[in-house]
Design a binder for this molecule. Structure first.
Ligand SMILES: *Cc1c(COP(=O)(O)O)cnc(C)c1O
Length: 348
């Protein structure tokens, strides 16, 4: 993108709209008496509204990710970030977003909900993006390009030199969804957010940190984009309890390295064992914590597993995913049970 500011991409009414000013954002700091927000004086631990900008948590995250607090937006899961991005940039029935096909389902759901049209960039049979994408005449109304890397459901990363060229070439904002980056050997795009004003990187507590129940996803980008997102987000989108728990999760972040290594080791083991099964036609290389696995009959195997209490994701019907199931890498005991069960199905 040639332009340094992304202001021209923002929906015009958001530039001028007056955001909700919460009691908590009008007064910050310690006061003797807080009688400004109609809070109840009892139930002392959670009687106050939370910090709308989650500064304590952002302070920790800024150190961790080597960005400034003003370059971070935290959402009630990445799903909230996806929705906020679409609502910030896309005028309903006019603007469009571009997504990979196949990829994560929430981009499409959020777009459809907001009456925003989809443009598909279809991946090849190895789930790579064709370099011809660089010859695209971008639609003047396309505002966001969601690139999931490592991609869900395929597990591979999208070629990084191609992503670089797309960021330089694209007319709108490129969103890299790095939900699975910690399971990958590829570098994060966070280090490039200062270089590219139209780059937005998304990560989450749901996968490598193991805190999907917490609902914490976050985006990192220019101060300009983040401040617009802060303007439109629900003021109290993360509860006090969630903010505190997220900090506790970061306190033990170093212990997670071993766990991630274990999952990567189990992924390698599963890849080999699954590849040798008679019912398996192909296991796709994965840089995530799941394996897309092509079997002889996905619906049949999905149902047999389900009846034995093992739930996998049937991806049959998605582009290039005929007869594919997506299997999450579990702990060693879970993987052992899965393997035993698949072996018995295979030998039937
Ligand atoms: C799981 C996942 C997320 C995480 O979403 P949360 O709302 O943060 O739980 C984001 N993107 C992709 C591609 C995912 O697979």
């Amino acid at each position: 993108m040639k332009n340094n500011s992304i202001k021209h991409l923002i929906r015009p009414h958001i530039l001028t709209m007056k955001p909700y000013s919460s009691a908590r954002s009008e007064f910050e700091g310690k006061a003797e008496l807080m009688l400004d927000a109609n809070e109840n004086p009892y139930n002392s631990h959670i009687n106050r509204y939370p910090d709308p900008l989650q500064m304590k948590l952002k302070n920790r995250m800024a150190d961790w990710k080597n960005v400034s607090e003003e370059q971070i937006i935290i959402g009630n899961g990445s799903d909230e970030i996806i929705d906020l991005l679409i609502r910030l940039f896309c005028r309903p029935t006019i603007d469009k977003i571009r997504i990979l096909n196949p990829s994560y389902g929430m981009y499409e759901v959020s777009a459809v909900l907001n009456e925003v049209e989809l443009i598909h960039s279809v991946l090849d049979e190895n789930f790579q993006l064709d370099s011809n994408i660089l010859k695209t005449n971008w639609d003047p109304n396309e505002k966001l390009f969601f690139i999931c890397s490592p991609n869900n459901p395929s597990g591979n990363t999208i070629d990084s030199s191609l992503i670089n060229s797309i960021i330089e070439n694209y007319s709108g904002i490129v969103v890299i969804d790095e939900a699975y980056i910690d399971f990958s050997d590829s570098a994060s795009y966070i280090s490039k957010i200062n270089q590219y004003p139209n780059l937005f990187v998304m990560q989450t507590f749901s996968k490598s940190i193991g805190a999907a129940g917490l609902r914490v996803g976050y985006g990192m980008s220019s101060v300009e984009i983040i401040s617009f997102l802060n303007k439109i987000k629900p003021p109290y989108n993360l509860s006090t309890i969630v903010q505190e728990e997220a900090i506790k999760q970061l306190d033990k972040i170093n212990d997670l390295k071993e766990q991630i290594e274990e999952i990567k080791g189990e992924r390698k083991m599963l890849f080999q064992v699954l590849s040798d099964l008679k019912i398996v036609e192909k296991v796709y290389d994965s840089e995530a914590n799941f394996l897309l696995t092509k079997v002889n009959d996905a619906s049949k195997i999905y149902n047999i597993l389900k009846n034995k209490g093992i739930i996998v994701r049937n991806r049959n019907g998605q582009h290039h995913c005929d007869n594919c199931i997506r299997i999450t890498v579990g702990n060693p005991a879970e993987n052992k049970l899965l393997i035993q069960t698949l072996k018995s199905i295979s030998n039937e």
